[in-house]
Design a protein around this ligand. Structure first.
Ligand code: FAD
Length: 402
């Protein structure tokens, strides 16, 4: 190891920035911290739901990573990692090779569109929301729909890991239909979850009852425990033979690891996720850590239709911090910190346009000691305020704040 260890972080969003700021905060000039990412903006992804309905501009929820990192002495490299050579301790990007003493992989994941034939925006059949370009594209499609409304389908396909986002999207689209077009059209929510509000976590508190009540009130039809077989330009084909015609559809696919991981032998599992222990340390390469959506987490429950594990923003931040704290512990000769994924707290607000559902729990998976579910208009405003607060906190590196 060099006199001053170099810590390379792949990814500059939730998990990557939390790792970078934590390392800088504790190690100061005892280490060189470098963030590599192909996008030079942080994007507060949770607010992309409002980009689709035209209620938020991508500018409001982005900032230049350089302005956050460089004043704190963290190097930002605007490049695309193509390969990790874990034997040689180096990252190969589209332009350079960077040796590292420690590596944090916080690259998120990609949707696996091939898991359902016809699904995904590249087929131009269903929309997607998980990046600024796709959310903007979904907004263009939504504007067209509002001019001449027709049936809407929001789907959470088998083994997806972002059911909460599915609920937010269907509720926000219905809100927009009423508010922006005064229209009432058939709206259907299709999910692989065994019941509404399972969320890939066995359900939390009374979320099921809250969602069922809301869907009934708003006239949203729902189909649970269902795999999606195929999607054409105007019809969803379900595994049990049902078909649902649509004019606008937004679908969430299961995830697969980024190409950089799939192209790096030994670094990811067979689906391209980083296998880690409770320290977020790679199970084979002890100087590699994983955080956020990029890590492999096994779904503890067996369901009729496979469900994925949600890795939310809060969980990603915590994983980024714990991974960084364990690198610090290694460098400073302190005891490591363990936090199994299942024991991370659950804090989230699922927005519904003019109201929202807040969920707080002591653990991701059951058994839980605490599960508090609240709904109402104030939670929508709380989510809006949280966006402002979070953006300020991360932009200024104050990740030690709650
Ligand atoms: C629309 C939407 C709504 C959501 N709503 C909520 C919510 O309400 N509450 C909540 O808690 N969570 C929510 N989430 C989930 C939350 O956004 C994620 O948990 C979080 O973004 C995961 O952070 P991450 O850093 O692991 O991955 P990401 O945020 O995906 O960041 C990945 C980073 O890796 C970089 N990268 C990619 N490829 C490479 C490469 N080859 N080399 C180097 N870097 C690379 C990217 O540029 C990016 O900087 C939502 C997500 C979406 C998309």
């Amino acid at each position: 190891m060099n006199a001053k260890p170099r810590i390379v972080i792949l990814g500059g969003n939730f998990a990557g920035l939390h790792a970078a700021f934590e390392l800088h905060h504790t190690l100061k000039d005892k280490a060189e911290v470098m963030v590599i990412a192909p996008e030079d903006n942080f994007v507060f992804l949770p607010s992309l739901i409002w980009v689709v309905t035209g209620r938020c501009s991508p500018r409001r929820i982005s900032f230049d990573l350089r302005t956050a990192l460089e004043p704190r002495g963290i190097t930002f490299v605007h490049q695309h990692a193509e390969r990790i050579d874990a034997e040689k301790n180096q990252v190969v990007t589209n332009m350079n090779t960077f040796p590292y003493d420690y590596l944090v992989v916080a690259t998120g994941a990609d949707p696996d569109w091939d898991s359902v034939p016809g699904m995904g925006p590249h087929h131009k059949h269903t929309h997607y929301v998980c990046s600024v370009p796709w959310a903007s594209n979904a907004q263009r499609g939504w504007r067209e729909l509002l001019k001449d409304p027709g049936p809407v389908v929001v789907g959470a396909a088998q083994a997806t890991g972002c059911y909460g986002l599915g609920y937010e999207m269907v509720l926000n689209l219905v809100y927009s239909l009423h508010k922006d077009a005064n229209a009432k059209v058939p709206v259907t929510f299709v999910t692989s979850e065994p019941f509404l509000g399972h969320l890939g976590m066995g359900g939390v508190g009374n979320v099921k009852e809250v969602l069922e009540g809301l869907f009934k009130e708003l006239g949203i039809e729902w189909i649970t425990n269902m795999a999606t077989k195929e999607i054409t330009n105007d019809t969803i084909y379900l595994e049990d033979g049902q078909t649902i015609p649509f004019k606008y559809s937004l679908y969430l696919a299961r995830f697969k690891g980024r190409k950089v991981i799939l192209d790096s032998p030994g670094v990811g599992d067979e689906r391209g996720f980083i296998p880690v222990n409770a320290r977020y340390q790679h199970t084979t390469y002890k100087n590699i850590y994983g955080a956020g959506v990029a890590v492999a987490v096994k779904q503890p429950e067996v369901t009729d239709v496979p469900v994925g594990v949600p890795k939310t923003g809060y969980m990603s931040d915590v994983m980024g911090k714990v991974a960084a704290q364990n690198i610090e512990a290694d460098i400073l000769g302190k005891p490591p910190r363990e936090l199994p994924f299942a024991d991370i707290k659950l804090l989230c607000i699922m927005d519904g346009g003019d109201r929202a559902i807040s969920i707080i729990s002591d653990r991701v998976f059951p058994p839980r000691k605490q599960a508090i579910v609240r709904s109402g208009h104030m939670w929508h405003w709380a989510k809006l305020m949280f966006e402002r607060y979070y953006m300020w906190k991360v932009k200024t590196g104050r990740i030690y704040l709650p």
